[in-house]
Each structure stands twice: as structure tokens, then as C-alpha cells.
Design a binder for this molecule. Structure first.
Ligand code: NAP
Length: 248
């Protein structure tokens, strides 16, 4: 019983912290910069679950795609409009070289080092933002997660009181840093916050917006549908300079 209460208090306190520390969505756009329809897109985290979906779906939509990968041989996709470049988000020169000449950047950056404090997401994103500002690449669509900022608690009870406090506290804390860096940039950014990810098929139907998610149940969505929503944000200004949740 005592242990249960400790979890309840810790989970609640962490959620409050993640809410305060994370990004609060700004309704609507703040003076959107005029820009043409992007055609050349850099995908960060391209070898990951969402990243692969982004690569395949971006190619299917006709974009000219550059994939940033620590190990280019890991992507195993070949296409005449795909270039795979070797790079690491923590290595600024490799990021800068990849960002040059792009129209937009999509990020599905993630890692599995859950049990120690890390800054890969925030420092890697800082490098991406810096390179984008240097090369005047304006559009940035970044995958983070439900459960931070004004979506705190919206991953459902299991995540709020177990997964986030026990397994992912450092990871989620770094995600709040990542979102704040994005929000402080002068770019045309969209933060995409999915529920728990699955490898299921693309449905093409999902909920999105500032209030999606559930305080009770774990909400889910496939990586394929997240990629679909992220690609839509390349040319849709509904959530410009704001964060949108997305789940089935
Ligand atoms: N799993 C969930 O239920 C869930 C729910 C909500 C949100 N999310 C978030 O959604 C995002 C995508 O998740 P996912 O599971 O689809 O992705 P993932 O499979 O974890 O892939 C992460 C990608 O980031 C890359 N990466 C990691 N460190 C890097 C570095 N230093 N430089 C360059 N690339 C690096 C990885 O490359 P390597 O192949 O070289 O490792 C990989 O391509 C993550 O931020 C995750 O936290 C996940």
C-alpha cells in the first residue's frame, strides 16, 4: 500500500514537472514565413521504426529524400530519389552537411539508453536547428511524444504512473528540453506527439490536435500513421509553431 502511494506521488510529481517543463502549444501560427512547397527533405532517425516509414512514404509522395544515418548500410532501401548520408546528430559538421540544400527536415530521432541521464535528443536537435538556421531551411517537423508539456498525463495511467516514472524519466525529461529548443527557434516548426507506437499498418485515419490522448487508457498509433501525419505537416499550417498529439 505504501509502495503504491509512493508511486502515485512520484508519478504525479513527475507529470507536473513534465507539464511545466515541456512546451505549451501556442494556438495557431505566429507570423508564418512564406515558403514554397518543399520538395527536398532530410530525414533524421531514418533507420528507426518511424524513420523508415518516413523514407518510404516521402519517396512515394514524390519527394527527393536524404536520409541521415549513423550506419548507412542499415537502411537497406534503394531508390533513384534517395541519398543516404553518414552522420551523427551529435556531430555538428555531419549534420550541417546533410541539412545544406534541403527544403525541410523531418526528425524521428530516438534511442534506447533509457536508464541514465542523456541529452542525445536535445543536443542532437540543437545541432539540427543550428544547421537549419545557418542554411535557411525553414520547415522542421519533429516527433516527440504525448505525456509532456500540455499533453502531460495523456498517455494514460499505465504510462503516467509506471512506464514514464520507472523506465523513461530521463528520456522524457530530455524530450522536454528538445521541445523547448524547437519552440525557441525562429523556424517554421511542428511538434508531433504520438501515443504508444506500434508497427501496424497505415490506416490513414487517426485523431490529432492539442487535446488527443487519454488520462486513463494507453492510446496507440502505428509508426506508419505517424509518418503520414508528419508528412502532411510539411505543407499544412494548422499546427505551425505548435504541438499536436496524434493517436488512433
Ligand atoms: N516507442 C513508443 O511507444 C513511442 C511513443 C511515443 C513517442 N515515441 C518517440 O518516437 C520517436 C521515434 O521512435 P521509433 O521507435 O520509431 O524510433 P527508433 O526505432 O528508436 O529510431 C530512432 C532513430 O534515431 C537514430 N539515432 C539515435 N541516435 C542517433 C544519433 N546520435 N545520430 C543520428 N541518429 C541517431 C537511430 O539510429 P540507429 O539506427 O543508428 O540507432 C534511429 O534511426 C522517438 O523519439 C520515440 O521516443 C516512441
Amino acid at each position: 500500500m505504501k509502495l503504491f502511494l509512493v508511486f502515485l506521488l512520484y508519478g504525479t510529481a513527475l507529470s507536473v514537472g513534465l507539464r511545466r517543463r515541456g512546451l505549451r502549444s501556442i494556438a495557431g501560427s505566429a507570423d508564418p514565413m512564406p515558403e514554397g512547397r518543399p520538395t527536398r527533405v532530410l530525414i533524421v532517425g531514418a533507420t528507426g521504426g518511424t524513420g523508415r516509414q518516413l523514407v518510404e512514404q516521402a519517396l512515394a509522395r514524390g519527394y527527393v529524400v536524404t536520409a541521415l544515418a549513423r550506419d548507412p548500410s542499415a537502411l537497406r532501401v534503394e531508390h533513384p530519389r534517395l541519398t543516404v548520408v553518414q552522420g551523427n546528430v551529435l556531430d555538428y559538421p555531419s549534420v550541417e552537411a546533410a541539412v545544406r540544400d534541403q527544403d525541410a527536415v523531418l526528425s524521428a530521432l530516438g534511442h534506447k539508453q533509457f536508464f541514465r541521464p542523456t541529452r542525445t535528443l536535445s543536443e542532437g536537435t540543437r545541432n539540427v536547428l543550428r544547421a537549419m538556421e545557418t542554411h535557411r531551411v525553414r520547415r522542421f517537423v519533429c516527433e516527440t511524444t504525448l505525456g509532456i508539456g500540455d499533453s502531460a498525463g495523456r498517455m494514460g495511467l499505465y504510462y503516467t504512473f509506471f512506464v514514464i516514472p520507472v523506465i523513461l524519466p530521463f528520456y522524457f525529461w530530455d524530450k522536454t528540453r528538445q521541445e523547448r529548443l524547437i519552440a525557441a527557434s525562429g523556424l517554421n516548426w511542428v511538434v508531433v506527439r504520438p501515443g504508444a507506437l506500434t508497427n501496424g499498418a497505415k490506416r490513414g485515419r487517426y485523431r490529432h490536435g492539442r487535446t488527443v490522448g487519454s488520462l486513463l487508457w494507453t492510446v496507440r498509433i502505428s509508426r506508419a500513421d505517424v509518418a503520414d501525419f508528419m508528412l502532411n505537416q510539411m505543407s499544412d499550417n494548422t499546427y505551425l509553431r505548435a504541438a499536436s498529439g496524434v493517436c488512433w
